[in-house]
Design a protein around this ligand. Sequence first.
Ligand code: ADP
Ligand code: MG
Length: 240
Amino acid sequence: MVRVEGLQKSFGSNVVLRSIDLTVMPGQVVTIIGASGSGKSTLLRCINLLETPDAGHVWFHGKDLAAEHVDINALREKIGMVFQGFNLFNNMNVLDNCTLAPVTLKKMTKGQAEKVALANLDSVGLADFAGADVNTLSGGQKQRVAIARALCMKPDLMLFDEPTSALDPEISGEVLEVMRRLASQGMTMVVVTHEMAFARSVSDEVVFMDKGVIAEKGNPEKMFTNPEKPRTREFLARYL
Ligand code: ADP
Ligand code: MG
């Protein structure tokens, strides 16, 4: 689904990604962990070209996103992204948040888009909130709307950037539960998170980033019980 090879990115003299290689197979859940500033968000943003890499390649569905003839927008429509800060359109109700992109980008009729939106809102437990003003929702509800909205584009890949970091711990669970279900339904997911219990129980692979490099990656059992690198051990010790 995704192959990243030799990816490099700097902001001015700040080298943020040094040479990242990463493969995500269809149906896999890959979680990215690491300290603040290690380059996790920048890596996600390079995967859907919200940032332009300085060097290296990102392939999505076998297509090099940097190639000249590639229709980036068409590929990007197949990649859903969920951010820490929800990024909903606050001047629209829940349903309109979900139908805007399908109607404008996918050229669905309003009726088709609403049918898809209601099904996705139902799947995140918010069917009764379709007409609600986004501003009246709790953080957990907002994030579930953001997930439903992304799903309305029928993505092949979902990127999550610390989706629960802005939420109270007791609210995080309802969002993680939605993500857990999505994973079990076979969605391909790359998740940046500090929720180690989630990473351990849901991931196929855990990637530990440290200062712009992938310091270690492996299956969750190995990463959480017997990591090879001292840096990984040191990082994970903070969460025990
Ligand atoms: P993480 O998500 O792991 O916390 P980021 O990828 O957000 O890390 O950031 C890595 C580094 O890149 C930080 O030093 C951050 O300040 C810098 N950075 C990220 N985005 C930008 C940007 N748009 N402009 C300048 N510097 C940035
Ligand atoms: Mg980040």
